[in-house]
Design a binder for this molecule. Structure first.
Ligand SMILES: *[C@@H]1O[C@H](CO)[C@@H](O)[C@H](O)[C@H]1NC(C)=O
Ligand SMILES: *[C@@H]1O[C@H](CO)[C@@H](O)[C@H](O)[C@H]1NC(C)=O
Ligand SMILES: *[C@@H]1O[C@H](CO)[C@@H](O)[C@H](O)[C@H]1NC(C)=O
Ligand SMILES: *[C@@H]1O[C@H](CO)[C@@H](O)[C@H](O)[C@H]1NC(C)=O
Ligand SMILES: *[C@@H]1O[C@H](CO)[C@@H](O)[C@H](O)[C@H]1NC(C)=O
Ligand SMILES: *[C@@H]1O[C@H](CO)[C@@H](O)[C@H](O)[C@H]1NC(C)=O
Length: 443
């Protein structure tokens, strides 16, 4: 490029700068903005959200799903497990599908900045005839790290996992830290070069700065989850959940002071698509109040766990400083919602594990000085699993693009509030598509 000051681009640049610069900070921002615009410098970054891989090294193609795809039935008619997995059964993910997922990501998303992984790397412990051992659990975690090392350049891309409810030695059970799992994981995750401070060794959560104006807060939802019966609720001083909430509040306060945006990433969402509260009562209440209160600095909230593609909204109540949350499922429940009061949108991504068709998500976010981290759009990719098993090849296709499907310019609370207005007409095309996408049913 010609860097002479008299290029057309520079003259336009100078013209724009002198249009309206008063303070020197404004001058700088305008300069950066128009420079980016004219020289097409990076205004956007990209990242992936993947969740619930559940890789099962013991998955047997053409086995009987009633055996969790671990054994053949003497009756050949029952041996229907496909090469890439089988829909709507308790079977987990075969290597053929997890390999295909990583190969697709490597060949298409080399230019991403980071990957958010919201938990459940390990196979379920459902097969009573083949219980998981502690070594198998740790192997499951090692396998995820090996995948990332093999398929991505970790010196360029940050991979940030959080813990799912199947990632522990026992399903749904995680004792208060420090514990063996956290110390084991801090070793297994070492190649990921994460910010695993003493907070991680004590609580399983960590903050990862992506930029000086932007961090990802990777929470440990096992400390809020009501099915984790080893813990006390968040109304008890020094319970694991209370300590995590205190850390989260300090981090959010700090981010607000430093004018730094954050994403929250964790496995279990506060509510599932049936609007059941998934956290213990006090943890649930305090969590919703906290993310409502700090919704000005939270510009993304990512979860998995339910295998479904759903949205949930935090709204400010008429009563001052009180917040509520609701999730949208296929039953139309919107008539009473004051859409103008939406302060935060929570996006729950569907799983790779084929409960429904496998899916992954590519997000686009702003990298401009003022809006670093603000979500612009996402593209959801999926595999038609029936077709994949028929033709022996998994083809990843675009399922939908948020900006086009929902007619959005960006993914802020106000943008989503406009979409909610459309959702209020049960006959609208946007509502029809939302319902279709909940179970990854194609474009
Ligand atoms: C998956 O990838 C691994 C590592 O590259 C390879 O060893 C294995 O054979 C592959 N498995 C399948 C089913 O493609
Ligand atoms: C896991 O933690 C236990 C207890 O601290 C320890 O004995 C074991 O060596 C650890 N294993 C790994 C792989 O870090
Ligand atoms: C690591 O986490 C600590 C505490 O949450 C935070 O102060 C620090 O800035 C973080 N560093 C990076 C590189 O993320
Ligand atoms: C959807 O949410 C509503 C409101 O919370 C709930 O009553 C209903 O059972 C849910 N429907 C489904 C199918 O989950
Ligand atoms: C804490 O909340 C639980 C409900 O989860 C309630 O049963 C219990 O009485 C509360 N305890 C205290 C000390 O407030
Ligand atoms: C998936 O493929 C099957 C078989 O090829 C086809 O019948 C079905 O319509 C496809 N579904 C979607 C969502 O594309």
């Amino acid at each position: 490029m010609n860097h002479s000051i008299f290029t057309i681009q520079n003259l336009i640049l100078i013209f724009f700068i002198f249009q309206g610069c008063h303070a020197s900070r404004e001058f700088h921002l305008q300069y950066v903005f128009y420079k980016n615009l004219i020289y097409n410098e990076k205004l956007f970054g990209k990242f992936l959200h993947i969740t619930d891989l559940h890789v099962d090294p013991y998955y047997l193609e053409s086995s009987d799903p009633i055996s969790f795809c671990h054994r053949y039935s003497p009756n050949p008619i029952l041996n229907i497990a496909g090469k890439f997995g089988i829909l709507s059964t308790p079977c987990d993910t075969p290597f053929a599908l997890s390999n295909s997922t990583f190969e697709f990501m490597r060949s298409n998303f080399e230019d991403i900045d980071f990957i958010i992984y919201t938990g459940d790397a390990v196979r379920h412990d459902r097969d009573k005839l083949f219980k998981r051992t502690e070594d198998q659990v740790l192997d499951g975690h090692r396998r995820l790290v090996e995948y990332i090392q093999q398929y991505f350049d970790l010196s360029k891309i940050k991979f940030m996992p959080s813990l799912g409810n199947n990632d522990e030695f026992e399903h749904n059970k995680l004792p208060k830290g420090p514990n063996d799992l956290f110390s084991n994981l801090s070793q297994i995750w070492a190649p990921l070069n994460l910010n695993l401070t003493t907070h991680f060794l004590n609580g399983g959560y960590y903050r990862q700065d992506i930029h000086n104006k932007f961090s990802v807060l990777n929470l440990n939802s096992m400390y809020f989850y009501k099915k984790n019966k080893l813990l006390e609720d968040c109304n008890i001083t020094d319970s694991a959940g209370t300590l995590q909430l205190e850390w989260l509040e300090r981090e959010l306060k700090n981010a607000r002071q430093e004018k730094r945006m954050v994403y929250i990433s964790q496995h279990v969402p506060p509510v599932d698509d049936a609007n059941e509260e998934l956290y213990s009562p006090a943890c649930f209440y305090k969590y919703v109040q906290l993310i409502g209160k700090y919704s000005d600095v939270i510009c993304g909230h990512f979860t998995g766990h339910t295998d479904k593609d759903t949205l949930a909204f935090v709204t400010a109540d008429e009563e001052k400083d009180k917040y509520s949350i609701f999730a949208l499922n296929e039953t139309h429940i919107l008539s009473t919602i004051a859409t103008n009061n939406v302060v935060l949108t929570l996006t729950n991504a569907p799983s790779v594990k084929p409960t429904h068709n496998p899916a992954i998500r590519l997000y686009e976010y702003s990298t401009t000085y003022r809006n670093f981290g603000v979500l612009k759009d996402y593209i959801q990719y999926f595999v038609n699993l029936t077709e994949a098993n028929e033709i022996g090849e998994a083809i990843w296709r675009v399922e939908y693009i948020a900006s086009r499907t929902y007619g959005m310019n960006a993914l802020g609370a106000r943008d989503w509030a406009m979409v909610l207005k459309e959702f209020q007409s049960p006959d609208s095309e946007t509502w029809r598509l939302y319902v279709k996408h909940i179970t990854v049913s194609g474009p």
